[in-house]
Ligand binder design. Structure first.
Ligand code: ZN
Length: 113
């Protein structure tokens, strides 16, 4: 996604510069406006591509904190410590499937606060 935004920004920027340079050959101010708008779009796209980076990292961090909480998760039936791959998402609920005894049950949400 990021690469696409940069490529588009490059295309818009090049077009904008071409329009502004081309405006010298004609009497129209319109070309200058088009060029400005295109350059503005290019800058905006680069800004968007840059600002999206940290956001994605934050969502990954949330996933990791979820994983660390799972380390304390134990099977209801046999008490074995369960890894994150023992969890499955089904219709918005979290299901646990114990790899040791084969028990499958829905994980109840326990608020930590
Ligand atoms: Zn078990």
């Amino acid at each position: 996604m990021k690469t696409v935004a940069y490529v588009l920004a490059g295309v818009f920027g090049a077009l904008g510069i071409a329009f502004i340079l081309g405006s010298g050959q004609g009497p129209t101010v319109r070309w200058l406006v088009y060029g400005g708008v295109l350059l503005g779009t290019a800058v905006f796209m680069i800004y968007l591509a840059r600002s999206k980076g940290p956001e994605m990292k934050i969502t990954h961090k949330v996933d990791f904190t979820g994983d660390t909480e799972l380390q304390q998760l134990r099977c209801k039936s046999c008490g074995a410590q369960l890894a994150s791959d023992a969890l499955q998402m089904k219709e918005g609920a979290i299901y646990v499937k114990c790899p040791y005894c084969g028990t499958e049950y829905q994980l109840e949400e326990k608020p930590k606060w």
